[in-house]
Design a binder for this molecule. Structure first.
Ligand SMILES: [Zn+2]
Length: 319
């Protein structure tokens, strides 16, 4: 849940980070209470077909992720459902998974907008306060879809706790939704920062280096290892700056600044196809879209954008 003070945190400027919902975890194990919330007239439901959000067109150019119970029933049979929480007005919010095969059919309906979650964030297709719950719902439903069998014995699992766990019907093991930590870092040295690109990036886009945290590592250790493995840079001080839920499928991006200790970049050649030092002036040009070589950085909703702004515009440092 976000309030006025958390909205000032740097993390709040990243996409998928702001949610007005009180998750009310205390209600998840009270089946009757959740069933009652499910059938209230003010209940609203976000619907995802496979991995694709279904949006409701409102007046003009605006859309909403929220459907009434009756509207959601008309989109297709629910495969999984999760209780997301209660909004500021006391209205219950749920997320529902429907079959991915329905996407093409729903795309034809004029009252709906059917597009991928990245585009929803990038094009600001829904209000910021709706993007967080949509990402939460998508990540949670995606976890259900991928965890139908027990990792311990292979038996079938069934959902519980209002969509916040799965239980094995054979051995009884309980499984909980996972979040995978990923460090993303801007390595800087004096007035320069390291940006790199992968071959899958749009032409001209450069971003921060990132990688999964491995077992036994602190965030700081993961930053130093990834920077060394991918760019041949030794880094010293590492400072956490902000984080971002990244529901593709279920990561948490941990944004850090890192102090580089050497200048010579040696790209690993597999993950990165190019990388180099950029001056602060170039970083500002990339943020503004005025770089003379048409190079640019990730867009407003990406944490790499927030990190670059924090360093280039606001003067943040690792030390
Ligand atoms: Zn089992």
């Amino acid at each position: 849940m976000t309030d006025s003070s958390s909205r000032r945190e740097r993390s709040a400027y990243t996409g998928f980070a702001t949610s007005p919902l009180d998750r009310r975890a205390d209600l998840r194990d009270t089946h009757d209470a959740v069933a009652a919330l499910r059938h209230r007239s003010d209940t609203r439901i976000a619907v995802v077909a496979g991995e694709t959000p279904i949006l409701k067109r409102l007046d003009g150019e605006t859309q909403s992720v929220w459907f009434s119970h009756g509207e959601s029933e008309l989109l297709g049979p629910g495969l999984e459902e999760a209780f997301l929480g209660i909004d500021g007005a006391g209205a219950p919010r749920f997320a529902r998974l429907i079959d991915r095969s329905l996407v093409d059919e729903l795309r034809e309906r004029p009252e709906l907008l059917v597009t991928d979650l990245r585009s929803v964030a990038l094009k600001r297709l829904v209000p910021k306060d709706e993007l967080g719950p949509l990402g939460e719902g998508k990540a949670l439903l995606d976890w259900h879809a991928r965890h139908r069998f027990c990792a311990q014995c292979g038996g079938p699992t069934e959902p519980g706790a209002a969509g916040w766990k799965r239980q094995c019907t054979a051995c009884g093991a309980q499984h909980f939704p996972r979040t995978d930590p990923v460090v993303i870092m801007l390595a800087t040295r004096g007035d320069q920062c390291l940006l790199a690109r992968q071959s899958r990036f749009a032409p001209g886009m450069y971003s921060c280096i990132a990688g999964f945290v491995e077992p036994g590592e602190t965030f700081e250790d993961a930053v130093r290892r990834e920077t060394w493995e991918e760019a041949g840079l030794r880094t010293g001080a590492v400072r956490y700056l902000c984080s971002q839920p990244w529901p593709f499928p279920s990561s948490l991006m941990i944004g850090c600044l890192a102090e580089a200790l050497n200048d010579d970049i040696v790209l690993d050649g597999t993950e990165l196809e190019a990388g180099r030092w950029f001056s602060r002036q170039e970083a500002l040009q990339m943020l503004e879209g005025t770089h003379p070589d048409n190079l640019f950085c990730p867009p407003h909703m990406a944490i790499a954008n927030t990190l670059l702004k924090a360093w280039a515009l606001e003067g943040e440092r690792a030390v």
